[in-house]
Ligand binder design. Structure first.
Ligand code: G
Ligand code: MN
Length: 419
């Protein structure tokens, strides 16, 4: 979100003067002030920055004006860009003299960056110097949804980078996510929209996808921040998704004073749960997988000894959820007919009309699949994939596999089971 949208209640006002930001700005009938919300690194186990959020009150009445309303009360792009610029300068002056080893995240509307009425690069550099801040302390946040296709904007971003600032893509994943925007902006930090954690908290499949999205963003060279974390479950989810940074009411609300250590107990609690639960989840998964692995191993031994697919795989296929076994050669091609659980047939498995174009697998090569490569990497030791969604999208399944030798021929035996 930009500074313009913050409908949520904050922490109480600062107590004694000196703990909060003394600096405010009088601006066209309003008083502008800054609140700061802490951002924690899960890995470093401490605050690594704060996001500055605009707070305004009407000057004659002292009544708070929500940022949305504030921006709406100014007419025309130029007036709003000027307000955005005043907010930016306000935040810099309120933050002046703070910890040099923390980032200050600033929301800037792309329109402000591209406009001539917006804060120029020289002006930002000057304001930073005047307040004793290094450019490297500043992270410029731009909203994913508002990124313009505009050369002036791109140039301004390049200039900010040259100055030494970092760039962050805000609200990523809120509807119209597009990796194209990541490639174009090359943000050092991507902030995942609150909707990502909300879904991932309650839906294991959404959590796996979020974790993969984080991994993809890491591969793009971005650090990843999960925002809008409000609960224990959200904090635990953030750890499981391997995000770098977290932000949200669970760790600290926006407040006039910096809240460096206030969120640490919540961070500790999330790590405690992660250590406890991920170890026991792993143990449970290994225990559950053990009979499937043993029976696929047994099947490979029986096959090597000359048994038929049906006989060799009978034990595997008698286990809960087990659907079928298939035998692949070194190129990942199927070498004999599949063996099915009693009562299930190739016909039934394939009888999903919408996927009819995929039914014929006679020339199929499965050697790119994780279960094949895993088996190749550790011959004679049964492997198991992570749970994945079947092509039909209707259920989660996993595959166990083993590479073995049959009369001088290297083969991979696989077994699929539904969860
Ligand atoms: O998207 P952006 O990085 O601008 O997020 C900051 C906004 O989100 C601010 O308006 C802030 O008050 C709000 N916010 C911060 N933490 C939370 C949270 O845990 N839950 C919700 N709903 N909003 C939050
Ligand atoms: Mn933001």
């Amino acid at each position: 979100m930009t500074a313009a949208t913050d409908p949520t209640p904050d922490a109480p006002p600062p107590t004694p003067a000196g703990t909060g930001s003394a600096a405010t700005t009088a601006y066209q009938g309003y008083r502008l002030a800054s609140h700061f919300q802490p951002i924690y690194s899960l890995t470093h186990h401490r605050a690594v920055g704060h996001e500055a959020l605009l707070r305004a009150t009407s000057l004659p009445t002292g009544v708070p004006v929500p940022p949305m309303e504030l921006f709406a009360s100014f007419e025309g792009d130029d007036a709003r860009v000027s307000l955005d610029r005043a907010a930016l300068l306000q935040h810099l002056s309120a933050y002046a003299g703070r910890d040099a080893d923390e980032w200050l995240f600033l929301n800037v509307h792309p329109r402000s960056l591209a406009a001539s009425a917006g804060p120029g690069i020289g002006e930002i550099a000057g304001a930073l110097a005047a307040h004793g801040l290094r450019p490297g302390q500043v992270v410029i946040e731009v909203l994913e949804s508002t990124l313009p296709d505009d050369a002036d904007f791109d140039r301004r971003i390049d200039e900010l980078r040259e100055l030494g600032c970092l760039v962050s893509l805000d609200d990523f994943g809120a509807g119209h996510s597009n990796f194209d925007r990541v490639f174009r902006l090359r943000p050092e930090i991507v902030k995942l929209d609150r909707s990502v954690v909300v879904r991932a908290e309650v839906d294991p499949h959404a959590r796996r996808i979020a974790a993969q999205m984080v991994s993809l963003l890491h591969e793009c060279g971005c650090l990843v921040l999960m925002e809008g974390i409000e609960t224990d479950e959200g904090a635990y989810t953030a750890l499981r998704c391997d995000v770098d940074f977290v932000q949200g009411y669970h760790f600290g609300r926006p407040a006039p004073a910096l809240a460096g250590v206030a969120g640490l107990p919540a961070l500790h609690a999330a790590w405690d749960r992660f250590d406890r639960q991920s170890a026991s989840d792993d143990r449970l998964w290994q225990e559950q997988m053990s009979p499937y692995k043993q029976s696929i191993e047994l099947a490979s031994v029986l096959l090597a000894g000359g048994a038929t697919m049906d006989d060799a795989c009978a034990r595997f296929l008698s286990q809960p959820g087990a659907d079928m076994c298939y035998l692949l050669d070194k190129q990942g091609r199927q070498v004999v007919a599949n063996a099915f659980r009693a009562g299930l047939s190739q016909h039934q498995l394939e009888n999903v009309e919408r996927f009819a174009p995929l039914h014929d697998t006679r020339a199929a090569r499965w050697s790119r699949r994780a279960y094949f490569r895993g088996a190749e990497a550790s011959p004679n030791i049964a492997q198991v994939t992570r749970p994945y969604m079947t092509l039909q999208g209707s259920r989660m399944c996993f595959t166990v596999s083993i590479q073995f030798d049959m009369g001088g021929r290297t083969l991979v035996l696989c077994g699929d089971a539904s969860l």
